[in-house]
Design a protein around this ligand. Structure first.
Ligand code: ARG
Length: 228
């Protein structure tokens, strides 16, 4: 056995797509640190399981593939629990309620209801719930690897709107005051951490940590730290 090398059993490898503030984003002094609400939760999950956290940043639509290929142990990426995903992976208990919202340029007053999305050119993140939903309303849907790129397209008036999760949309708005958010009657979505179907021990340990953090106030402290 090699000394000085941690066995992979000692490491919890978490996959994320760090373009989804405040859940996961690249920042910090060095400018390449992955931070956010999900990362802080994952760090505690790893700690309670007696492991060191390792974060792998990848494209959002690669996360479940990487999980199933055994490249990562868990997905922590603001991932919505959906029936389609539940068919192939397991999710922790829901830890955050979100919804889709519409981002438009401030002078756009053409969207008052979900019906107004029909025929509009919509930008989304590839493989995200916004991507799947947008196709119900319009045939003109362009998918990007990150929400940032979708927002850039909107600012350049190449698309009419971005359909994205509520909290990251609010973060994008902070960085781009020339945009505005329109809230429509979309269903709530619930985020969960994903693991493969065979990892019941890990799943239990994730849920135990989430419940403990909700009881001891640490979960709320993170909400206050990261959410507006
Ligand atoms: N909640 C949406 C979904 O599950 C979007 C999540 C995107 N997350 C990210 N880290 N880019 O499809």
């Amino acid at each position: 056995m090699l000394t000085g090398c941690s066995k992979s059993d000692d490491v919890l490898v978490v996959g994320t797509n760090a373009s989804f503030p405040p859940f996961e984003y690249v920042g910090g002094v060095s400018g390449d640190e992955i931070k956010g609400f999900d990362i802080d939760l994952a760090r505690q999950i790893a700690k309670d399981a007696g492991k060191t956290l390792k974060v792998e940043n990848m494209k959002f639509d690669s996360l479940i593939v990487a999980l199933k290929a055994g490249k990562i142990d868990m997905v922590a990426s603001g991932m919505t629990i959906t029936p389609e995903r539940l068919a192939s992976v397991n999710f922790s208990e829901p830890y955050y309620e979100a919804t889709q919202v519409v981002l438009v340029n401030k002078d756009n007053d053409s969207i008052k209801s979900i019906d107004d999305l029909h025929g509009k050119h919509i930008a989304v993140q590839l493989g995200a719930t916004g991507d799947i939903m947008a196709k119900n309303y319009s045939q003109k849907v362009t998918a990007f690897n990150t929400g940032f790129e979708a927002v850039m397209e909107l600012k350049n008036t190449k698309v009419d709107l971005v359909l994205f999760d509520s909290e990251p949309a609010a973060s994008f708005l902070n960085m781009n005051p020339e945009l505005k958010i329109i809230e429509l009657d979309f269903e709530p979505e619930f985020y969960g951490f994903a693991v493969t179907k065979d990892k019941t021990e890990l799943l239990n340990s994730i849920n135990t940590t989430l419940n403990a953090m909700k009881t001891n106030g640490e979960f709320n402290a993170l909400i206050n730290k990261y959410m507006k």
